[in-house]
Ligand binder design. Structure first.
Ligand SMILES: Cc1cc2nc3c(=O)[nH]c(=O)nc-3n(C[C@H](O)[C@H](O)[C@H](O)COP(=O)(O)OP(=O)(O)OC[C@H]3O[C@@H](n4cnc5c(N)ncnc54)[C@H](O)[C@@H]3O)c2cc1C
Length: 361
């Protein structure tokens, strides 16, 4: 209800929106949460290993940094809850460490401006950051001039499929049909509309988010680690000589237009937190749609049509999971063994169980 709330909901006459919200509420329980975390953690680590290969073996440059991440809590209660969860799940403490206010400031002196408002934080030293746009550009360039050159037909819209003999024969696009043996759909938030005429329903709905990027004019005034402001759900990450600030989840439909109020909220938070380190007069704003499933798990699977494959629903983690999901889907198409368990990413498993966890006394 507040103008600067991290989540905003605008009801629409759209059955998909209501169905998605109902399923999301069904997924809001301890058992579904743990199920998703257990599936996503190995996928994230696998993706990270593949990204390391791109950096170390193939020399990709995309402002990649191994800088760690600190999640700061402004409320004591939420910090204590996070710390207790960490203590309960020993497997997490291998990656994360709870820090009190002084330790947060020692790690990240640029937080001094809001020192009094920090209750504590969780630090993950193994977290990394990079510019996904730069990575995509470099990847596209190398693929286009590789041994089997890839042809990118950007700007063409796919409107449907030519189906015959129980399989997809071609994708119909504004630039003409594209024929092939297999087809992978990775169509972001719009994917439901593309698949509906084939009778394939996927639980993907857009969660709109915003980011601003600002030039850094004093490196000491901005964080070295990526910072998540837990209460405000705002993330600050240093990318090259810019600070990228992202946040918000608006359940408002498919429009990608910028919302001035949301950008102002990001700008205000940046001014208050790291205003000393950035040029607040030169701001680049962006809005995007996170293609989200109710459980937070992507779908990386064969569709009911045997040669039509799905790599969709990565929600807030599309960059984090991209390389792992890319490898999983190519292994599945080629009939190779997948390197990590992938059953939780099957289309048949998208429904939340809705089970509350039983408390052990
Ligand atoms: C503010 C914000 C911050 C984020 N921060 C992070 C982060 O820090 N880390 C992270 O891992 N993820 C982050 N994400 C999430 C990430 O951006 C998404 O998960 C990711 O973009 C999803 O990738 P995708 O390829 O599935 O969909 P998209 O990126 O939406 O791409 C889908 C593509 O398909 C095209 N398309 C759709 N329909 C058609 C059609 N009919 N014909 C032709 N083309 C079509 C679209 O034009 C688009 O180019 C963030 C998202 C937002 C909004």
């Amino acid at each position: 209800m507040q103008r600067d709330a991290p989540v905003r909901f605008k009801p629409r006459f759209d059955p998909d929106q209501w169905q998605w919200i109902l399923r999301f509420l069904q997924a809001c329980n301890g058992s579904d949460k743990l199920r998703s975390v257990a599936a996503l953690l190995p996928l994230s680590l696998y993706s990270q290993r593949l990204i390391h290969d791109l950096v170390d073996k193939d020399g990709f440059e995309f402002d990649y940094r191994q800088n760690g991440k600190l999640i700061i809590h402004r409320q004591r209660r939420s910090f204590e809850a996070a710390r207790t969860l960490l203590q309960k799940h020993r497997e997490l403490s291998e990656f994360q460490q709870a820090l009190d206010r002084d330790a947060c400031l020692a790690l990240e002196p640029s937080l001094l401006r809001i020192a009094e408002r920090i209750a504590g934080g969780l630090h993950t030293a193994s977290e990394e950051a990079g510019d996904c746009y730069k990575l995509c550009q470099e990847l596209a360039e190398r693929l286009a001039r590789g041994p089997s050159p890839v042809c990118f037909r950007l700007g063409e819209a796919a409107s449907g499929f030519e189906v015959a003999g129980g399989g997809v024969r071609a994708v119909i696009t504004s630039g003409g049909p594209i024929r092939g043996d297999a087809c992978v759909i990775a169509g972001g938030a719009e994917v439901g509309r593309l698949l509906a005429p084939l009778g394939i329903r996927v639980p993907v709905y857009p969660l709109k988010g915003y980011s601003i990027s600002l030039p850094i004019n004093d490196p000491a005034g901005v964080p070295e680690a990526s910072i998540t402001d837990y209460q405000r759900k705002i993330v600050y990450a240093r990318l090259g000589n810019r600070l990228r600030v992202a946040g918000m989840a608006d359940i408002v439909g498919f429009g990608e237009g910028l919302n001035g109020t949301r950008i102002d909220t990001l700008l205000r938070a940046t001014r208050e937190t790291f205003g000393a380190g950035v040029d607040l007069s030169t701001v680049t704003s962006w809005a995007g749609l996170r293609p989200a499933t109710p459980t937070g798990r992507p779908v990386v699977d064969r569709s009911p049509i045997p040669n039509l494959w799905l790599n969709i629903g990565h929600g807030a983690l599309g960059f984090t999971l991209a390389s792992g999901c890319g490898r999983l889907i190519s292994d599945k198409i080629a009939g190779r063994q997948c390197a990590i368990p992938s059953a939780e990413f099957e289309l048949a498993r998208t429904a939340p169980s809705g089970r509350r966890m039983l408390r052990r006394h």
